[in-house]
Design a protein around this ligand. Structure first.
Ligand code: IPM
Ligand code: MN
Length: 358
């Protein structure tokens, strides 16, 4: 039986990094059926919408989606519903991709690039689990209106709604505990329960779910403190579970600790095990089409795809090992280069990974 993979390269460096991940997947000689479609600004140009129906249908029918990146400053003046970012938000919502796994791993060879001192950060390996289909990202009502009453009556006000339903919190909490179980058995739930109603409910439910996982050590942290602890002593974390907005912010912060956002993959999973896999970084239009971008985050995302959606862990291990081999060989794209390394381009890194698979 062959596995269907929707390949959505997107904008900026998306196409060139996805091309390398596709080559790596093809080199494994697995029964994969790869089908490509436009997304983001590229789809807006081609079809007038960042997530055209044909792209969405392809993604829905696939076992997994390999996604590049979307966005470009040139779309900044479009109305929000036509901006490239709407494609990824639409895919998350339409496919029910509620569980976003964002590992932050420091590769020993790249320790120099971290913003933190080696003694604080060496060996860092944490997992940020971000809830991805709820929260203020999708809560309604939202909009801009004339302020109804109070000091600003008659003036424009913008408003969003932070909202979490109990089952949404429960299911991400379960994934949090299960992920911790496979790692170092520590789960830190991050919220703002001292201020927000949604966070108080979040905390109550996480505590309730914890009763099913007595072997996992649970802690709670307010998000402001979590942001501070991440730069003070990041290795004290194992798995962090948090909501959509806090997870967006903390995962960028954690990525920077590894000094190499070009190395970090991500997986977004639904209840059926279908997943969307994308690098944690963006579309970097400033370096697009120059053979400069680091494709390793996307290649590692392809490894997560094999592991989580296709159950091919041994093949995922092969890719991850090949990436470590390439780093050990001293090959570096510009984002992680330092004098003494061998500076190479996007395609050459892809070649090296494929070579190292053998
Ligand atoms: C991310 C991105 C997206 C988000 C944007 C592009 C909508 O920042 O995947 O973290 O905010 O979730
Ligand atoms: Mn983000």
């Amino acid at each position: 039986m062959s596995h269907r993979i929707a390949v959505l390269p997107g904008d900026g460096i998306g196409p060139e990094i996805v091309a390398q991940a596709v080559r790596v997947l093809q080199a494994l000689d697995l029964p994969l059926q790869l089908e490509e479609a436009p997304v983001g600004g590229a789809a807006y140009e081609a079809a007038g919408h960042p997530l055209p129906p044909a792209t969405l249908e392809l993604a829905k029918g696939a076992d997994a989606v390999l996604f590049g990146a979307v966005g470009d400053w040139k779309y900044d003046s479009l109305p929000r519903e036509l901006r490239p970012e709407q494609a990824i938000l639409g895919l998350r919502k339409s496919l029910g991709l509620f569980a976003n796994l964002r590992p932050a791993v420091l590769y020993p060879e790249l320790a120099h690039a971290s913003t933190l001192k080696p003694e604080v950060v060496s060996g860092l390996d944490i997992l940020i689990l971000r809830e991805l289909t709820g929260d203020i990202y999708f809560g309604t009502p939202r909009g801009v209106r004339e302020a109804p009453d109070g000091a600003f009556t008659g003036l424009r006000e913008g408003f969003d709604t932070m909202r979490y339903a109990e089952p949404e919190i429960r299911r991400i909490a379960h994934i949090g505990f299960q992920s911790a179980r496979k790692r170092n058995k520590r789960l830190c739930s991050v919220d703002k329960a001292n201020v927000l109603e949604t966070s108080q409910l979040w905390r109550d439910i996480v505590i309730d779910v914890a009763r099913e996982y007595p072997d996992v050590e649970l802690s709670h942290m307010y998000v402001d403190n979590a942001a501070m602890q991440l730069v003070r002593a990041p290795r004290e974390f194992d798995v962090i579970v948090t909501g959509n907005l806090f997870g967006d912010i903390l995962s960028d912060e954690a990525a920077m600790l590894t000094g190499s956002i070009g190395m970090l993959p991500s997986a977004s999973l639904n209840e059926q095990g279908q997943g969307l896999y994308e690098p944690s970084h963006g579309s970097a239009p400033d370096i697009a089409n120059q053979d400069k971008a680091n494709p390793l985050a996307t290649i590692l995302s392809a490894a997560m795809l094999l592991r989580y959606s296709l159950n091919l862990s041994a093949q995922a291990d092969r890719i991850e090992q090949a990436v470590r081999t390439v780093l050990a060989q001293g090959l570096r794209t510009a984002d992680i280069y330092q004098p003494g390394d061998t500076l190479v381009g996007t395609r050459a890194i892809g070649d090296a990974v494929i070579q190292a698979l053998k």
